[in-house]
Ligand binder design. Structure first.
Ligand SMILES: [Zn+2]
Length: 223
C-alpha cells in the first residue's frame, strides 16, 4: 500500500502523514527529511545533493528518486508507507512506479484556499533549537514565543514571508497540477477538504483508507 499525500505547503499534509503512521503503522517518508538527513550524514547521495544546492540548483529528480528507493526498500516499508512531498512531478511519479511495479496506491490531495494557506504559513513559528513547529492559529505554544519541548525562543522562518509564500504556492501549483490530472486518470485520487480541524481532516482520510484496505484484504484472501 503506497499512500501519496499531495497538497500545497501549509495544508497540513505532514501532520496527516504522522497520524496515518500512528494509526496504521505505515512509516511516513518525507523527501525533505530524507534529503536533510543524507546531507547531514554526508552519504554519497547527500554529497551530490549538497553540491547541487551549493550551486543554487534544485536537487535533481534522479537523486531524490534514489533516496526514496533506498528508503522504501527497508523492512518497515514492506506492508506500506506514506509519501509526503514526493512525487512532485510526473517524471518522479513514473519513476516511482518503475521501482515498485504494481502496488496498491492511494492519493489524497489536501485542498485549502490560497488565502487560508497564506494565513497558516504566516502564523508558523519554529524552534531553532529542537526544530519543533508551531502554528499560532491552530497549535500555539503554551507560553507565548517559547518552545514547549525545550524552552527555546521561537522564530519565524526566513522563507515564511508573504512574498516567498506566494512564490512557493505558485511553484507548487505549476508543478503539481499535471500530477493531479495524472492520478485522477488512474482513479486512485481522493480530494480532501483541508479547511477543517486536524482531527476532522484525518477522519475523512481514515474512512477512505479503511474502505480501500478492506477491499484489498478481500482480494488477497480470494487469491
Ligand atoms: Zn524547542
Amino acid at each position: 500500500m503506497r499512500i501519496i499525500l499531495l497538497g500545497p505547503p501549509g495544508c497540513g499534509k505532514g501532520t496527516q502523514g504522522d497520524l496515518i503512521e500512528k494509526k496504521y503503522g505505515f512509516p511516513k517518508i518525507s523527501s525533505g527529511d530524507l534529503l536533510r538527513a543524507a546531507v547531514q550524514k554526508g552519504t554519497p547521495l547527500g554529497k551530490k545533493a549538497e553540491a547541487m544546492m551549493n550551486r543554487g540548483e534544485l536537487v535533481s529528480d534522479d537523486i531524490v528518486i534514489e533516496m526514496i528507493k533506498e528508503r522504501i526498500s527497508k523492512a518497515d516499508c514492506q506492508s506500506g508507507y506514506v509519501l509526503d512531498g514526493f512525487p512532485r512531478n510526473i517524471t518522479q511519479a513514473q519513476k516511482l512506479e518503475d521501482i515498485e511495479g504494481k502496488c496498491q496506491e492511494m492519493v489524497f490531495d489536501i485542498q485549502l484556499k490560497t488565502q487560508s494557506l497564506i494565513e497558516r504559513l504566516s502564523a508558523r513559528r519554529i524552534c531553532p533549537r529542537c526544530e519543533a513547529i508551531y502554528n499560532l492559529a491552530i497549535h500555539s505554544p503554551k507560553k507565548e514565543g517559547i518552545c514547549d519541548v525545550c524552552g527555546g525562543e521561537l522564530i519565524r522562518r526566513k522563507d515564511d514571508t508573504l512574498e516567498v509564500i506566494r512564490e512557493r504556492l505558485r511553484v507548487y501549483n505549476e508543478q503539481t497540477e499535471p500530477l493531479v490530472d495524472y492520478y485522477q486518470k488512474k482513479e486512485v485520487f481522493h480530494e480532501i477538504d483541508g479547511a477543517r480541524e486536524i482531527e476532522a481532516v484525518f477522519r475523512g482520510i481514515q474512512s477512505i483508507l479503511d474502505k480501500e484496505i478492506g477491499k484489498f484484504r478481500e482480494t488477497e484472501v480470494r487469491r
